[in-house]
Write a protein that binds this ligand. Structure first.
Ligand SMILES: [Zn+2]
Length: 264
């Protein structure tokens, strides 16, 4: 079995909350990197100050990337249906400008699109803004892998409105490198902005990991700190991280790390 790189990404960073601190601490205590996706239109001054302090104290273990503009829902997502290229470009551009102004060199120019809802206009706008990394989703099911193979032959990022994974390749017809998400701690959301959800278990997370590692060498695990609002829900993160850290084949990285290692 070859080396597997695992990358933990925490989404929807806006206010400085105990959940944000607690989830971050789990990773830093273990010397593992954590990527925070920041909502530039919503992030508070206190949260910015804390993120910069974490960067000063822990360097590259704390990675800061951009999550859309303000996570508003226009239709099914922040980007996508019903929004013109210009509207999407403007939101992404002001988000990027804000990230650069707030974080300077501490910002890695990677974009994740809220709700995972986007269309080719969104991708073109991201490419025009010069992001180094774009994030889509990878699914190991055979039907999906066959669909991806067809899409890749056609050089497409989406086909019939569904995403084609180009994990660890360039997003078709762009200069962006694609690093896709794979596993989530959340099994089922009850609503978009809530703090209650159905979690996976440690064993189901590890089961997913074992299936993904047969197909891809870099596995992105998604977290949403706001749901980890009590000791038991934090323990789940610790247990999964510890179980992965015990596996000799696993090493941990960040988007910047994977991008520098894999881009051609
Ligand atoms: Zn989000």
């Amino acid at each position: 079995m070859g080396d597997i790189t695992v990358l933990f990404r925490n989404d929807d960073v806006n206010a400085l909350t105990p959940e944000l601190r607690n989830v971050t601490r789990i990773f830093l205590d273990r010397g593992i990197s954590i990527t925070h996706t920041v909502e530039p239109g919503n992030v508070s001054e206190a949260c910015v100050a804390w993120l910069k302090q974490m960067r000063r104290e822990h360097g590259g273990l704390v990675e800061i990337v951009q999550h859309g503009w303000n996570h508003a829902k226009h239709g099914r997502g922040e980007f996508g249906d019903g929004r013109s290229y210009g509207e999407q470009y403007d939101d992404l551009a002001r988000g990027r400008a804000r990230m650069e102004e707030l974080f300077g060199e501490d910002f890695f120019p990677m974009i994740t699109i809220p709700f995972g809802v986007y269309k080719q206009d969104t991708v073109r706008a991201c490419d025009a803004l010069g992001y180094k990394v774009f994030c889509a989703h990878y699914n190991y099911r055979l039907s999906r892998r066959l669909f991806y193979a067809v899409g890749r032959l056609l050089g497409r990022g989406q086909l019939f409105g569904r995403g084609i994974s180009n994990h660890l390749r360039n997003y078709p017809r762009t200069r962006m490198f694609e690093i896709d998400s794979a596993i989530s701690f959340i099994k089922k959301y009850y609503d978009d902005y809530g703090t209650e959800c159905e979690f996976e278990t440690e064993s189901s997370m590890l089961g997913h990991f074992e299936r993904f590692e047969r197909f891809i060498p870099v596995i992105v695990v998604l977290l949403h700190h706001r749901y980890h609002n009590d000791a038991r829900k934090l323990q789940l993160v610790e247990d999964v991280v510890d179980a992965l850290q015990r596996r000799p084949c696993v090493r941990f990285s960040s988007y910047r790390g994977v991008w520098s290692e894999y881009r051609s």
